[in-house]
Structure formats: C-alpha cells, structure tokens
Design a protein around this ligand. Structure first.
Ligand SMILES: [Zn+2]
Length: 246
C-alpha cells in the first residue's frame, strides 16, 4: 500500500514536471509569437511609411513640374493674315492699357465666347473699333469672328480679360463670335472653327483645350451655342479641318 502510494506520488511529481515543461514551452512559444507580431507590425509600419513618403515625394515632384510648366511663356505670337481662306485683320489694342497690359503668358486654352450683341452691324470690325477706343476697363479678348472676316485685337501670348477666371484669362486665347442679326451665324460658326483649328495647330494644343467661357466662370456664354448644344459639333468641325490639313 505504502509502495503504491510512493509510486503514485512519483507519478504525480513527474506529471507536474512535464506540466511545468509544457508551460515553459508555451510561454517560450508565446514570447516568440509576441516577438513575431511585434516585428510584423514594425515591418508593416516601415513599409507604409516608405510608401507614404514615396507618394508625397512623387506628388511634390509633379507639382513642381506643373508649376515650372505654368511659368513658361510663349515668347512670340502669330499674326495670321488669313486662316483657311478667311481674312484676318490685325488691329491691336494699345499696349500698356488696362485692357492690354502686355503681360506675356503660356497659351494653354482657346476660350469660345459670343458677343451677345445682336444689333445690326455689330460685326468683327465694329468690335475692333470698340476695343481700340475703350481700353480703359479690364475687358478684352484676342479675336472677334463674323461671317466674313476675323479681327485680331491682342497678341496671343499676352493676357486678356474675357473668362471671368484667373486661369482662363492667364492661359486662354479669347475668341468672340458675333451674333449680329444681319449676320449669318452658321457662317460665323464655321469661320470660328477655322480660326480655332489654326490656333490649335500653331500652339500645339489639343481638341480638349477648346473651352467655353462657361467652363471657366459658369457664365452662360457662348449663349446660343450652349443653348443649341453645339459645342460638340464645333469641336468635331475643328477636328475635320485639322485632319484634312495633314
Ligand atoms: Zn464670354
């Protein structure tokens, strides 16, 4: 009986020893596990930091490139005498006036407008005269187009005030389409597509760079083109002219 008891206690002791060993192993494994988790978390944080830094760095570089590009200016302007058979007259607004300060800039867009002047005779020449004699306000644009001819008021590489928006004014060439009631608007529309095709080619711009006054400031301009949903037709006509010109 005694012997049996002794054996029993030995067995129990062994069991306790084995238990302690297992516990030690579990604790050791737990430490390993915790270490593993900690290392994984640190590695993830490190990778996330590297990726975030890389994204921020790339963004800064892109912003720098864009700003540098915006600071570039077109050194010269073209002065066409005709575009695809339509005569272009140059009658520049006096330089150094509020309407034409002479600030050089980068040409990035062509901005389409309508004069909203329905009076008989309110054609391109009439608007050229108006701008020549009314250069005391910050209101100006580069070209006026009617059903027969085009007038050029400000060199294309100079700022003008037509878009009601800093970017539109700084980087856009303003093109006004006459809507005088004694004119043929469809012809004016076609003549404007010819001028815009010429300008896109001249300044290496794309069809997407054709904008409306509305795109910049939200104004309802060019009124009739927007009302009749004709901007797509305008751009398509420009595209056809450029394709045929290749
Ligand atoms: Zn406008």
């Amino acid at each position: 009986m005694y012997k049996n008891n002794n054996m029993y206690s030995i067995n129990n002791k062994e069991k306790i020893c084995v238990g302690i060993k297992i516990m030690k192993l579990i604790i050791k494994d737990k430490n390993k596990l915790i270490k593993g988790i900690l290392i994984s978390v640190l590695v993830i944080i490190l990778i996330a930091t590297i990726i975030t830094s890389a994204i921020i760095g790339i963004r800064l570089i892109l912003e720098y490139i864009k700003e540098k590009d915006d600071r570039k200016i077109n050194e010269t302007s073209s002065f066409p005498t005709e575009v695809y058979g339509i005569p272009v007259h140059t009658q520049l607004i006096e330089e150094g006036t509020i309407a034409r300060p002479g600030t050089k800039r980068k040409i990035k867009y062509i901005v389409i407008h309508e004069t909203d002047n329905f009076a008989n005779g309110a054609a391109a020449k009439n608007h050229a005269e108006y701008l020549s004699n009314n250069n005391t306000e910050t209101k100006s644009w580069h070209y006026t187009v009617d059903d027969k001819e085009i007038y050029h008021h400000i060199p294309d590489n100079e700022i003008a005030y037509h878009a009601g928006d800093r970017i539109g004014n700084n980087n856009g060439v303003g093109v006004e389409l006459c809507v005088n009631e004694d004119g043929d608007f469809d012809k004016t529309f076609d003549n404007a597509t010819k001028l815009v095709a010429y300008l896109l080619k001249e300044y290496d711009l794309k069809l997407k760079d054709i904008k409306t006054h509305n795109n910049f400031s939200g104004k309802d301009c060019p009124h009739s083109i927007l009302k009749d949903n004709r901007m797509e037709e305008f751009v398509e006509k420009v595209e056809v002219i450029l394709k045929e010109d290749k």
